[in-house]
Design a protein around this ligand. Structure first.
Ligand SMILES: [Zn+2]
Length: 101
């Protein structure tokens, strides 16, 4: 056979978030990253934006400092709308914590 072995060369680059992202902050706004899944306690990896090691991960598993992601959003307002970096979903109401006055 003359066909070169090419394993999955045309694999579609599907970007599925590791878990459901919430809203995308407007440029200049801060990301809400409270979910523990943003923090990889096992290893630091180079931030995709500044290449300094970070334990932080985006919803897509990209190693990135939160501050870097926020700066990226400010620098790339248009692209940011595609949802590369998003805040966590807002919990509806975190189970009435002593709400009585
Ligand atoms: Zn960084």
């Amino acid at each position: 056979m003359s066909a070169p072995t090419r394993p999955e060369a045309r694999r579609p680059r599907r970007r599925a978030p590791l878990w459901t992202p919430g809203g995308i902050p407007a440029p200049g706004q801060l990301l809400e990253w409270r979910d523990g899944r943003h923090f990889d306690r096992w290893q630091d990896l180079p931030s995709v934006l500044c290449e300094q090691p970070t334990p932080m991960r985006s919803h897509y598993g990209e190693p990135v400092h939160k501050i870097c992601a926020e700066e990226w959003i400010s620098a790339n307002p248009k692209q940011s709308r595609l949802g590369r970096f998003a805040s966590d979903t807002q919990p509806k109401r975190p189970r009435a914590t002593d709400d009585h006055a």
